[in-house]
Design a protein around this ligand. Structure first.
Ligand code: HGY
Ligand code: MN
Ligand code: MN
Ligand code: MN
Length: 420
């Protein structure tokens, strides 16, 4: 499983071929040797792909603006003063990531918009709503926390100043990263009427069931915590065991406790992980004085999540005693389960059926910018299958056939929303 196939436009025509060709080009930004990409938010590769997207949109007659939070909008304003149908996703990636997470959605949004712009121009027709392609800033949250930063500011869930002041582990602020990549402006943002997004599933369900299009009906709940474990720095050789206050031991017990909590529930009901860990001073022959870590717990069922959360918090006292450390919670972000608007789910199902594609209602376990947008405007969220469910991994892959099917369904969806 070493090579991810490149998109092959040769057996496709017109818009589909152009989309696959552009996807191959987009995949060269921040390309990694193993076939993935690395373009974390506000990195040079992120700046370069944003400039490329500006050119792509501008060449098709869209006007590109950045807002203060670094969100990139390509506007097609055919109805002066009317609200916009927004369609997009995110181009930023995790470290050593796959090519599809987010990027597929932005490029499909652009090509859906190009098809519609051509249709309307050719017919001399004007839709009811204007159209905007959007590339949200920092969906991944790998470099700057929290994730879904740009869409959180856009939807009023996060204060702009707090977002801009957020720093990465090297102490660089979002404000500086945006300036360094020419990624922010003074645009106030389009007035949204609807939002649509397409994304890879990042799980195995659709592939297993032979489903081409997922209509996302709700998200999972998630609790994301930052913990700092405080110990006491000392010599790993000479300090007797009973005297140690080992922050790394405390962190390790917490990593295992999170797994044990998930395993206490029926398989698949609760997901937990520690994905990031910083050890201080992280030196041989030194018992760690401090560890910070990021832990997330997720479930489709808020009651199960609350029960898992209680069990985890009960373990904190046990770990503090055993490792002789103090555990401090320094941050939390919690998402409730909220449904996507049923009318949007039904629209997606109808369109997939018209295209002769097998479809199903699905839940999203990952967070998406659409989970923010659906709280402010009617939103349609579509999934295409992921091969073997692999994601946040350079081997992430979705077939050309599946991404082209997704482009078609997204195009039909956005057309229907624009006509109102
Ligand atoms: O699911 C997540 O936590 C992510 O930020 N998309
Ligand atoms: Mn994503
Ligand atoms: Mn992701
Ligand atoms: Mn010494």
């Amino acid at each position: 499983n070493d090579a991810v196939p490149n998109p092959d436009p040769s057996t496709y025509e017109g818009r589909d071929a152009a989309f696959l060709q552009d996807f191959a080009t987009l995949s060269t930004f921040g390309a990694t040797p193993r076939g993935g990409v690395e373009r974390q938010a506000g990195s040079p590769a992120d700046g370069e792909q944003r400039a490329w997207l500006t050119d792509l949109l501008t060449a098709q007659g869209f006007t590109v603006h950045f807002d203060r939070a670094g969100n990139q909008f390509g506007l097609l304003e055919l109805v002066p003063g009317a609200p916009f149908v927004l369609v997009g996703s995110h181009l930023d990636s995790q470290p050593t990531a796959g090519r599809y997470d987010g990027a597929f959605g932005v490029l499909a949004a652009a090509h859906a918009a190009f098809t519609l712009a051509e249709e309307w121009r050719a017919a001399g027709a004007v839709p009811r709503y204007n159209l905007a392609v959007v590339n949200w800033f920092n969906e991944e949250g790998s470099r700057f926390k929290p994730s879904m930063m740009g869409s959180s500011v856009f939807t009023g869930k996060l204060a702009l100043e707090d977002a801009l002041a957020t720093t990465d582990p090297a102490g660089i602020a979002v404000r500086e990263a945006l300036a360094a990549t020419a990624s922010s402006g003074t645009f106030g943002g389009p007035d949204p009427a609807y939002y649509a997004e397409i994304h890879i599933e990042q799980g195995r369900g659709m592939e297993r069931d032979g489903v081409a299009i997922g209509a996302v009906a709700s998200n999972w709940a998630a609790n994301k915590y930052e913990f700092v474990i405080h110990g006491e720095q000392s010599h790993t050789g000479s300090t007797v065991m009973a005297d140690r206050q080992d922050a790394l031991l405390g962190a390790s017990l917490l990593v295992v406790a999170a797994r044990d909590v998930a395993d206490a529930f029926p398989a698949g009901a609760v997901h937990t992980s520690v994905g990031e860990l910083h050890v201080y001073p992280n030196s041989p022959v030194v018992v760690a004085s401090r560890v910070s870590l990021l832990l997330d717990l997720r479930s489709a069922d808020e009651e199960l999540l609350a029960a898992a959360d209680r069990q985890l918090h009960e373990q904190l006292r046990v770990i503090e005693e055993r490792a002789r450390v103090r555990i401090e919670k320094t941050g939390s972000h919690c998402w409730p389960v909220t449904p996507y608007q049923p009318a949007g789910v039904e629209l997606a199902e109808k369109i997939a059926a018209n295209r002769g594609l097998k479809h199903a209602r699905v839940q999203t376990i990952a967070g998406h910018d659409s989970t923010n947008m659906k709280d402010v405007v009617p939103t349609v969220m579509l999934f295409v299958p992921s091969v073997e469910g692999i994601s946040h991994n350079e081997h992430e892959y979705t077939t050309d056939e599946d991404i082209v099917n997704g482009l078609h369904v997204l195009t039909d969806t956005v057309r229907a929303l624009c006509l109102g």
